[in-house]
Design a binder for this molecule. Structure first.
Ligand code: NOJ
Length: 584
């Protein structure tokens, strides 16, 4: 019986059916297993390697009290953004179209039919934004390179747009002059439209080479100064929302197959780019190449119930493990292979809808991750739920045989899907430690939104979110998890994909109604800045003081924003950047 207070999160239409046995899956897999001895050997080695992962203890969830203490010396504090979400200048200086330009211009795809055409005008305001970062005393800034801005058709041999290269050169140089380390993402979802139209985007294997060429160009032009590269941001979203549900560009609904195929090509593209860096550039540039994976935590509804534990593990494996297991261990999680394989057999398919890697591909992929980027926002309770595996109605979601639930007592100040559950962050980080050999982790995204209707700069709920999530990360480090840096998401309010501008994640408020897109600090700026300066949390009194002062300062910013709004009705001119008045 589920506790009364849990409520289900409905992601897909639900049809119940009791769970079927495993035999057909075994049949499928024995058909697929290659019979030559070398291959069997490889498979055995892989099984050994996978089982070498430490066990994660699902049965203990420590809700320790707040921990006052500091982060390790040299811990890197940052904030993030992505090209399509902030740059604007969608058709300027020779930039080609991306799938998001085209998708957002179609009516009905984005809340209020918003587009990223001008967004925060980050393309023109990167110097102002660097001042904001300096004010925060950030150690790093995470941004992404727009592929069509530097290669307009996506194909390097067609044309390189030197103006686009120049923009990123200036941004990188300016950050470095200000002692801010750039952490650069190569793919934050904005595929060149030509590649979508000509080849079907990530459904097509040719993307691997095109992406590798693009990455190689970035290493060549920027790699003397950029030392942290992230190949893909949140490939889960690209695959599932781009090719399965169609909520994101390119808007395809290839249920049950599209996401798996896209992910397969993305994982191979990641591995190829890692090898390119490793063989051609690492020697002289001495940088690191990782991938940034998104992972909500899945907690068993009942941690003493084995079926709930298995369902929760499936949730995490189908989410984070789908990408992390190949890059660390060389293959998909066993549970994904079992579940998708079994359901494919029931559908009468000859092979699994989850593609397979060849033995050569497995060894090529294994270990292609110098650091793991983790984007984390929220948690779900998970319980087992069987879905039928008939010909129709199969999808990534039903393949997992589980139900997602939330506790309505969890705070949810902004996005519908985002409940604040700080302890889930520590659980996720510990899970990563046990599964992938305690890799070097950079938290590449963590933060909380508010609804657009709320023009409140006194974002106490965000202060609370950051305070508690960062504290859980500190506890995870104390548990032995190797976290090297943290990136608040995001520096600015920005285009929030299919939600348009209706959800604001920024530390800085952006007045999108004003064509100058002025930035205003929210109270959380002050609070985050204190955490950075102290490199942690001193004691309860001090931390409470930080909160109080932050809230005091923001009430005057609120008044100024209101006054600017009134004034802007008469004059179009606005302050470009609002200075932060506070000394730490
Ligand atoms: C993850 C995405 O990478 C990022 O672009 C987005 O803003 C956040 N999720 C919040 O939805």
């Amino acid at each position: 019986m589920l506790p009364d207070y849990l409520i289900p999160v409905l992601l897909t239409p639900v049809r119940d059916r009791s769970r079927t046995g495993r035999d057909p899956c075994c049949r499928l897999w024995s058909n697929m297993l290659p019979c030559c001895a070398v291959r069997v050997c490889h498979v055995l080695m892989l099984v050994l390697c996978l089982s070498a992962a430490e066990d994660f203890d699902w049965t203990k969830n420590n809700h320790d009290s707040f921990y006052y203490g500091t982060f390790p010396t040299g811990f890197s504090w940052g904030a993030g953004s992505s090209a399509y979400q902030t740059e604007g200048a969608w058709d300027k200086d020779g930039k080609g179209l991306s799938i998001w330009d085209v998708f957002s211009h179609k009516k009905g795809k984005i809340q209020q039919n918003d587009t990223g055409d001008s967004s925060c005008e980050g393309y023109y305001k990167f110097k102002d934004d660097t001042s904001l970062m300096k004010e925060l005393k950030l150690n790093h800034y995470r941004f992404s390179i727009s592929w069509p801005r530097i290669i307009p058709t996506g194909v390097k041999s067609d044309h390189i747009n030197e103006k686009g290269i120049q923009y990123y050169n200036e941004l990188i140089d300016h950050l470095l002059e200000n002692k801010i380390t750039p952490i650069v993402t190569l793919y934050h979802w904005d595929l060149p439209q030509v590649l979508q139209e000509k080849y079907g985007g990530w459904q097509n294997i040719s993307m691997i080479n095109h992406f590798n060429e693009f990455a190689n160009l970035c290493f060549e032009r920027f790699g003397n100064r950029v030392k942290y590269w992230i190949t893909f941001n949140n490939p889960w979203s690209v695959a599932v929302e781009g090719y399965e549900t169609g909520e994101h560009a390119p808007g395809l609904r290839l249920r049950g197959t599209g996401a798996y195929k896209a992910a397969h090509h993305i994982i191979k593209a990641h591995a190829k780019v890692w090898h390119t860096y490793d063989t051609l550039w690492r020697g002289k540039q001495q940088g690191l190449v990782g991938i940034s994976l998104s992972g909500d935590w899945g907690e068993p509804v009942d941690i003493t119930n084995q079926k709930d534990i298995e369902a929760a593990e499936r949730y995490v494996q189908f989410y984070l493990g789908w990408f992390a297991t190949p890059v660390f261990h060389g293959d998909y999680p066993q549970v994904m292979k079992d579940f998708v394989g079994r359901k494919s057999v029931h559908q009468g398919l000859g092979t699994s809808r989850l593609p397979m890697f060849s033995p050569q591909e497995k060894s090529y992929m294994k270990g292609t991750c110098d650091f793991l980027g983790i984007g984390h926002f929220t948690t779900r309770y998970i319980t087992h739920k069987s879905y039928p595996s008939g010909r129709s109605g199969t999808s990534y979601f039903t393949d997992r045989d589980l139900a997602e639930l939330v506790d309505p007592r969890w705070p949810d100040p902004g996005s519908e899907w985002l409940y604040s559950v700080p302890w889930g962050f520590r659980r996720l980080l510990n899970f990563v430690k046990t599964q992938y050999g305690n890799p070097m982790i950079y938290v590449t995204e963590n933060g909380v939104s508010e609804k657009m209707s709320c023009t409140e700069l006194c974002d106490e709920w965000r202060i609370q979110y950051y305070k508690d999530y960062i504290n859980e990360m500190l506890k995870a480090i104390r548990d032995g998890v190797n976290v090297k840096g943290y990136t608040a998401w995001s520096l600015l309010d920005k285009f929030e994909w299919d939600e348009g501008y209706s959800e604001r994640f920024g530390l800085y408020y952006v007045d999108f109604r004003n064509k100058n897109k002025p930035r205003y600090p929210k109270a959380s700026v002050q609070f985050y800045k204190r955490i950075i300066s102290f490199n942690g949390f001193p004691n309860q009194r001090e931390v409470e003081n930080w909160r109080r002062k932050a809230v005091e300062t923001c009430s005057s910013s609120n008044q100024l924003l209101a006054a600017a709004r009134r004034e802007s009705k008469e004059h179009a001119e606005m302050p470009k950047v609002w200075p932060v008045h506070d000394e730490v």
